[in-house]
Ligand binder design. Sequence first.
Ligand code: WTA
Length: 660
Amino acid sequence: MANIETFSHETRVFPPSAEFAKTAAISGMEAYYALVAEAERDYEGFWARLAREHLQWHTPFTKVLNESNVPFYKWFEDGKLNVSYNCLDVNLQNGNADKVAVIFESDSGDVAKVTYRQLHEKVCRFANGLKSLGIKKGDRVVIYMPMSVEGVVAMQACARIGATHSVVFGGFSAKSLQERIIDAGAVAVVTADQQVRGGKKLPLKAIVDEALALGGCDSIKNVIVYQRSGDEIKFNPGRDLWLHELVANQADSCEPEWVEAEHPLFVLYTSGSTGTPKGVQHSSAGYLLWTMLTMKWAFDIKPTDVYWCTADIGWVTGHSYIAYGPTAVGATQVIFEGVPTYPNAGRFWDMVQRHKVNVFYTAPTAIRSLIKAADADPKAHPSNYDLTSLRLLATVGEPINPEAWMWYYKHIGGERCPIVDTFWQTETGGHMISPLPGATPLVPGSCTLPLPGIQAIIVDEAGHELPNGQGGILVVKRPWPSMIRGIWNNPERFKSAYFPPELGGTLYLAGDGAIRNKDTGYFTITGRIDDVLNVSGHRMGTMEIESALVANPIVAEAAVVGKPDETTGESICAFVVLKRSRPTGDEAKQIAKELRDWVAKEIGPIAKPKEIRFGDNLPKTRSGKIMRRLLRVLAKGEEITQDVSTLENPAILEQLKQAQ
Ligand code: WTA
């Protein structure tokens, strides 16, 4: 897996081909350095120029950056605009009305195409429908939807009327959904009768019913239901509405709500190292600007490209690089309902071939699992498909190990396509450290250099910048337009989590460790430095999983750690102490299964521990602190070489060594 050791020996370098560089938006390193220099010379001027060139303003801004209340930065604050207008109406004016905006492919393979004109109409009808329910600027709307055109339409419709959306990934449980609804104080939920993935149906509407029945969701007035499967569902008259009925008589145009640049476009919950998930709040103008710029710079998107990002709209990648970025730049994009392994593990490559995809964006975990699948099933091997339409490949979500990088480069990209390894986070709104495909020489496993305008550096624990070659803490020195604006309902947590006083209070703390190559200055991300796990590119807090486990009446104590995993990057390993005696053998297996199902119900199936070990106790210091670093060593199956003299109960280590 990704570690400094693996990367420090990486010597392969892949400069952009002359052919790619010829037409690239940013061609050659000189062009890159010119932009970096422009930002350094006049930081505000640089961003102001880009914001004027790329966004359409209803009221132009005169102020660029307001730093009077650090870290509550404001960008372009006296300007007004509408995000949906910039994504849709602008395309109608630019001659893209009949251009395909979305090629939607269902789980079973049905294909539907939606033009920009049709997308605009759908969004306007939906927006008018929301208005007819009394939903207005500033209200929060929770979206719990499958991958669908309607999911994107719901997001854009909220943006059109100035409602702040909060999309909850369809894999989260009723309880997780309820917590997010309460924290956001949402007035409505948009959902579907069912979600269909890999030939299986998941009852989204029933989960919404269950979430609301858990209580505390009195702010919810309506549940809007998109009819996906048509199977019978329970309806609560007065509260529940069919989407098709809501929009049936609505006008197909809707005057946008012109909002302040800083107006919260969305809140997206993500895991932190402590406590409950954080509602990451994003702005309108600064956020949109950066999604557009990175579509152009990192993905080199061209008017003729067919673009496909395989993320789900429930994650930030699906916000920035499905719902907003691609539409704002007028791209044609594929939206896929299903999973990469259904009906077989050749599905992605089959779709690339059929839709002639040019730019493809996925996660390293998907690549690693498809490598395995291709080895196991010759029919799923990419060599069976014509992938010559591809011209750019990209990855996100976790470090990509050089072996997976090389496979992607060779077998998917035909040694022709640059691989754009984009490092970023829910909080950053868009790419931060990433190659520019027509400029940056690529090194497998490195996300290379910060994008122009992004001042990423590596510091020690006191906030002092470290020289290249020395690993440390990744921070960003200056605010940038698409950065997180706050944690919903929790300004104090925002300050302490992202701008810790130990680092001086103005550096943005990403939460990742990193190292820069001595010679090139290239960044390699070495993984989270907090208690956040990254399982198949999904972010999860160990604390959340521990809280879920101890909420079970049979559990006395639990500690959760990450364990390196060849396919998923990391996997979840839980050490559990029961209130009764320690189970062994078949009984331990049975209880472990019950606890896994319990976590799936509490948080969602993605949070299920892969492994559960039972002990009579956990390794603790004399002051009662659980020593997680020892558990990490045990989870990996390695011998403990660290000093254990501060342990109250060293004998427990022997017991926890054994995987059940
Ligand atoms: C990790 C996803 C290495 C990192 C957009 C970060 C990466 C977390 C990369 C954010 C990458 C994301 N290389 N690590 N290219 N991209 N990460 O909020 O640990 O779901 O902090 O945003 O994923 O995950 P999030």
